[in-house]
Design a protein around this ligand. Structure first.
Ligand code: NAG
Ligand code: NAG
Length: 212
C-alpha cells in the first residue's frame, strides 16, 4: 500500500544540514550548476524528527482515505536533501501501522517538506587570501585531522566557491574549497566543504577528500 504525503513547513528550526550534492555538469560564470541530489538511507528511523514524519504521513493518509490507521513505527527510510532555489527534504519510508482490526501492515510512504529558505548560487571566491577564507581552509584541515587522525599541514586555499543560504531567521554560508596541504611533507590538493553559521558560532566540515 502506498501513501503520498506532502507538506510545506514555514518553520526553520528543524533544519538538517546534511546535503550531499553531486555535480552532473558545471556551467561557467555565475550560471546555476545542474545538481543531482542523492538519496541516502536514514540512519536512525527512531529519531524523534523522523518519527514525526512517519506519524504525519499516517495522519495525512487517514484524513485523505477516511480510515484510522495507527502509527506503530518506522521500519526504514531514505532521505533526499535538496538545496536548490529552496531547501527541501524528500522522504521514502516504510512505516508499520495497524488498521481497525489491530493487524499490523507495512506501508510505503513518500513525501517531502520544504523550508522557506533561499539558497543562493555558488559563486567563485575571488580573494583566496582573505582572512575568513584562510580561516575556513585551516578549519577544514584541522577538523579532518581530528576526525581521520591524520597530520595534514595546511598550506593555502588554491580555489574556492561559496553560497549563501538565508531567511529572516537563518543565515548560513557554504564553502567549497580546494586546499593545498602537505601529508608527511608531500603536497596534495584536497576538496573540502564547510558550512558556516557565523551568528551562531557554528561551523562544520561536511566533506573532505583528496582531489585527483
Ligand atoms: C536513535 O535515536 C533515538 C532517539 O533519539 C536514540 O535513543 C537512539 O540511541 C538512536 N540510535 C542510534 C543507533 O543512534
Ligand atoms: C553543525 O552540526 C550541528 C549538529 O548536526 C548542527 O546543529 C549545526 O547547525 C551545524 N552547523 C552548521 C553551520 O551547519
Amino acid at each position: 500500500m502506498a501513501i503520498k504525503f506532502n507538506f510545506i513547513l514555514e518553520t526553520l528550526s528543524a533544519l538538517v544540514v546534511a546535503a550531499v550534492l553531486f555535480h552532473v555538469s558545471t556551467a561557467h560564470g555565475d550560471r546555476r550548476k545542474v545538481l543531482v541530489f542523492k538519496w541516502n538511507p536514514i540512519k536512525n528511523v527512531t529519531d524523534p524528527k523522523v518519527v514525526d514524519i512517519g506519524k504525519f504521513a499516517i495522519n495525512e493518509h487517514n484524513k485523505e482515505a477516511k480510515i484510522k490507521l495507527k502509527f506503530q513505527k518506522n521500519v526504514k527510510g531514505e532521505i533526499q536533501v535538496v538545496e536548490d532555489v529552496y531547501y527541501a527534504e524528500n522522504y521514502r519510508m516504510v512505516i508499520a501501522a495497524t488498521d481497525g482490526g489491530g493487524s499490523p501492515h507495512n506501508y510505503l510512504a513518500e513525501g517531502g517538506r520544504r523550508e522557506a529558505l533561499m539558497v543562493g548560487w555558488w559563486t567563485p571566491i575571488k580573494d583566496l587570501t582573505n582572512p575568513k577564507v584562510v580561516e575556513i581552509g585551516k578549519f577544514a584541515v584541522d577538523e579532518h585531522n581530528k576526525e581521520a587522525k591524520t597530520k595534514l599541514e595546511y598550506q593555502k586555499v588554491v580555489e574556492g566557491e561559496k553560497q549563501t543560504v538565508t531567511d529572516v531567521h537563518y543565515y548560513r554560508k557554504n564553502y567549497r574549497l580546494v586546499i593545498a596541504a602537505t601529508d608527511g611533507g608531500s603536497p596534495h590538493n584536497y576538496l573540502a566543504e564547510v558550512a558556516d553559521m557565523p551568528w551562531e558560532k557554528s561551523r562544520n566540515l561536511t566533506s573532505f577528500k583528496e582531489k585527483n
